[in-house]
Every structure is written in structure tokens, then in C-alpha cells.
Design a protein around this ligand. Structure first.
Ligand code: NAD
Ligand code: MG
Length: 400
């Protein structure tokens, strides 16, 4: 029997919980030829769920980002002899604990440093956190190469491409997109969409941030940039296709006209388990795809008028350098402001564009492989985005 060790950064989130569900299922199987041992887990502030997972799996180390939750965590875990810590340093410590693989499932730029820590010790990274690659793709991929860390894409589209990619003779990649909850909505409905409506994805159940990104379709823009880094392809060779049924997860087009696609039910346990078992596969209880019973599969061109985030992200991808660092930071601030009802739905993309059109005083905008520069850029874009949020609030007097 093969014992694999795994740590989960962002264990209490949607991806973290799906990963834990797979571990639980596989470890219970009497005849499974692989078992997983959880070595370290982290969360932001959901101390209750973190404690439950820790007591169930007895990892070596548990970290919570929110320092105010430390005493609660410590008093719950001490009787079980489980070590724990709080704050950013504790997240890095969790990532440093020796394990074969690390599920990188913290949402946003906050996940970059802990994931880099795991990259630096040459761990296999199961990469869900796409913001790492959007804000610091050159730096991240360089670090992975320097440390011989394997990066396995968890994001369903990239996982699909990874499954059907033979690196030679590729003509282009096609990322499929469900279109999110508003694909068929009128501009008026989109204009006034609430956080509750935006977070109700038709096919996938996910964390709030990625749900809003899916609704604006910025998610597909972030995924375009993610694909450029993962597969070393220019943005001009990556197309986006709306596929509302989310059954074909993405495709690779070859120079002889062949198109290879990966299909499955929309369940993140499929790409997660593929990464956990790679290069093997494991038997898990995901709903099986029955094409005869499936709805008709549709493929449509994206509407960049209705969803300007797609155009804005593609521009940033083609511009290269720190443009996507700005895009990511501005988007994180705008999404949070929308979730806190400070701005309207359509203002998310508008604020991101305003930030990208602003002047900044960086030593260089062309390089995205210098950590200090990335941090400065992320920080400046966040401050600028907050200014635009405040301006828009003053203009509209919004309190919703
Ligand atoms: P989520 O909001 O459900 O969970 C996020 C996790 O990160 C939680 O454990 C939370 O405690 C932790 N976290 C949040 N902020 C943090 C901070 N500042 N410091 C430390 N930890 C923090 O998010 P999710 O849907 O699981 O998504 C996680 C990542 O995976 C995102 O980057 C997302 O884009 C990507 N992803 C998710 C899905 C999906 O189906 N949910 C699919 C593809 C990619
Ligand atoms: Mg995806």
C-alpha cells in the first residue's frame, strides 16, 4: 500500500472540503492501494471547522491566519497533542511541514506566499489558487522550475487541458466557460445584480469570490492568464467558448485538425482526485456522466459587450508584465466591495479597468518576476482600487 502525505492550505473552503471528502472516502476503502495522511492544514478565521478537521485527521500542524482565534484553536487542539499557530508566519510554517503534496486552495493573493513556501521545498503543488499565477505567474513558474516543484492544475479547465495535452503540435487551447448566472440576463438585470444572485452559480458550488468572478466572467479572464503560464502559450492562442452545460471542461486543438476534450460531470472532486493520484487515477464516488441523459451540449461565442471583464483581462494578458498583477489586485478589492454592497455589480469590471488605466510609479511595469515589485504593484493597485470605490460611492451615495 502506498501512503501519500498531503497538506491543505485553505482546508475549510470549498476546494479544501472537497479534498478532505476524497481523503475520507479513499482512506475508508479496505482494498485501496493508496492512502492519504494529512500533515498540515490552514484556514483564515473559520476556527470551528478547522478544529473539527484537525481532531478528525490529527495533522502535525494547524495554522489559522486570524490571530484572534489562536487561543480558541490552541485550547481545542492541545488535549489532542496537535501543534498549532496563528498569523502569516504560521501559514508559512504549515506550508513548510514536510509532505509529498500541497493543495493550494487559499483564495486570492493571500495564497501566494504560503504556496511559494511549499514550492521552495520542491513539493508537488495541487494548484487551485489561480490568483497566484495571475498576479505573479512569471515569478511563480520560475520558482517552481528552480526548485523542481511539480505544478498540477486543479482548476477544472486547466486540469482538462492537462489531461489531454501532448505538448507537441498544439495549435490552440479552448477554455470553456459556463457563462455564469447572468449569461442570458438582460443588461438591466446585470446592472442591478445583488451579491446573493451573483453567488448562485448554475452548475458549480464554490466560494464567494470565485462565484462573483464567474458572474462577471472575470474568472475566465483570470483562467486565460493562468493557462498562459501553466502551458506556456500566448493569450492569442487561447480561445474562450461558452458552454452552459459545463460537461466539456476544455479542449486542445492540434495542428492536424484534431480536437481533444475532457468531459465529466461538474464536480471538483474529479480534477482534485486526478491531481491527488497523478499519474494514476483513483476510484471515487462522483456522479458519472451519462451523455444520453445529459442536456444538449451547446457552444457559443462569448459576449464581451455584456461581460467587459473578458476583454479587460485579455488586454492585460497580452500586455504582459505587471498588468495582470494590477488586474488581480483591483479585481479582489472590487469583488469584496461588491460583496459588502459598496459598489454595484457592473462597477466591478469598471473599477478594474480604471485601475489598469491609471498611472503608477513602478521602476518597471514590464517585469513580473521580481517579488518586491509584485508586492509593491499589488499594494498600489489595491489602494487605487479603494480610491475608485470611494469615488463611486460618493457619486451615487450608495448604501444598499
Ligand atoms: P473559499 O472561499 O471557499 O475558501 C478559501 C479558503 O482560503 C478558506 O479555507 C479560507 O479560510 C482561506 N482563506 C481565505 N482568505 C485567507 C487569507 N487572507 N489568509 C489565509 N487563508 C485564507 O474558496 P474556494 O472556492 O475553495 O477557492 C479557493 C481557490 O481555488 C480560489 O483561488 C479559487 O479561484 C480556486 N478555485 C476554486 C474552484 C471551486 O470550485 N471552488 C474551482 C477552481 C478554482
Ligand atoms: Mg475553472
Amino acid at each position: 500500500m502506498n501512503l501519500k502525505t498531503i497538506s491543505i492550505l485553505g482546508a475549510t473552503g470549498s476546494i479544501g472540503c472537497s479534498t478532505i471528502a476524497i481523503i475520507r472516502e479513499i482512506n475508508k476503502k479496505p482494498n485501496s492501494d493508496v492512502k492519504y495522511e494529512l500533515k498540515a492544514i490552514t484556514a483564515n478565521n473559520n476556527v470551528d471547522d478547522l478544529i473539527k478537521i484537525a481532531i478528525e485527521f490529527k495533522p502535525e500542524f494547524v495554522a489559522i491566519a486570524d490571530e484572534e482565534k489562536y487561543s480558541e484553536l490552541k485550547s481545542a487542539l492541545s488535549p489532542h497533542g496537535i501543534k498549532c499557530g496563528a498569523g502569516k508566519g504560521a501559514l508559512l510554517e504549515a506550508a513548510s511541514i514536510q509532505s509529498d503534496m500541497v493543495m493550494a486552495a487559499i483564495v486570492g493573493f493571500a495564497g501566494l506566499m504560503p504556496t511559494i513556501k511549499a514550492v521552495e521545498r520542491g513539493a508537488t503543488i495541487l494548484l487551485a489558487n489561480k490568483e497566484c499565477l495571475v498576479s505573479a505567474g512569471d515569478y511563480f513558474m520560475q520558482k517552481a522550475a528552480q526548485n523542481a516543484a511539480t505544478i498540477l492544475p486543479v482548476d477544472s479547465e486547466h486540469n482538462a487541458i492537462f489531461q489531454v495535452l501532448n505538448k507537441k503540435n498544439v495549435e490552440k487551447l479552448i477554455l470553456t466557460a459556463s457563462g455564469g448566472p447572468f449569461y442570458n440576463s438582460t443588461p438591466e438585470v446585470i446592472q442591478n445584480a445583488t451579491p446573493e444572485q451573483a453567488c448562485k452559480h448554475p452548475n458549480w458550488s464554490m466560494g464567494q469570490k470565485i462565484s462573483v468572478d464567474s458572474a462577471t466572467m472575470m474568472n475566465k479572464g483570470l483562467e486565460l492568464i493562468e493557462a498562459c503560464h501553466l502551458f506556456k502559450m500566448p493569450a492569442t492562442k487561447i480561445d474562450i467558448l461558452i458552454h452552459p452545460q459545463s460537461i466539456v471542461h476544455s479542449m486542445v486543438c492540434y495542428e492536424d485538425g484534431s480536437v481533444l476534450a475532457q468531459m465529466g460531470t461538474p464536480d471538483m472532486r474529479i480534477p482534485i482526485s486526478y491531481c491527488m493520484a497523478y499519474p494514476e487515477r483513483i476510484n471515487i464516488s462522483t456522479p458519472r456522466l451519462s451523455l444520453a441523459d445529459a442536456p444538449d451540449l451547446q457552444f457559443l461565442k462569448p459576449d464581451t459587450q455584456k461581460f467587459p471583464a473578458l476583454r479587460i483581462a485579455r488586454d492585460a494578458a497580452e500586455q504582459g508584465g505587471l498588468a495582470s498583477t494590477l488586474l488581480n489586485a483591483a479585481n479582489e478589492v472590487a469583488v469584496e466591495s461588491f460583496l459588502n454592497r459598496k459598489i454595484k455589480f457592473f462597477e466591478i469590471a469598471a473599477i478594474v479597468e480604471d485601475v489598469l488605466n491609471s498611472k503608477f510609479n513602478f521602476s518597471s511595469i514590464d517585469r513580473a518576476d521580481d517579488y518586491e515589485l509584485i508586492i509593491d504593484c499589488d499594494d498600489a493597485a489595491r489602494r487605487k482600487a479603494l480610491e475608485f470605490v470611494a469615488m463611486r460611492q460618493m457619486e451615487t451615495g450608495v448604501v444598499r
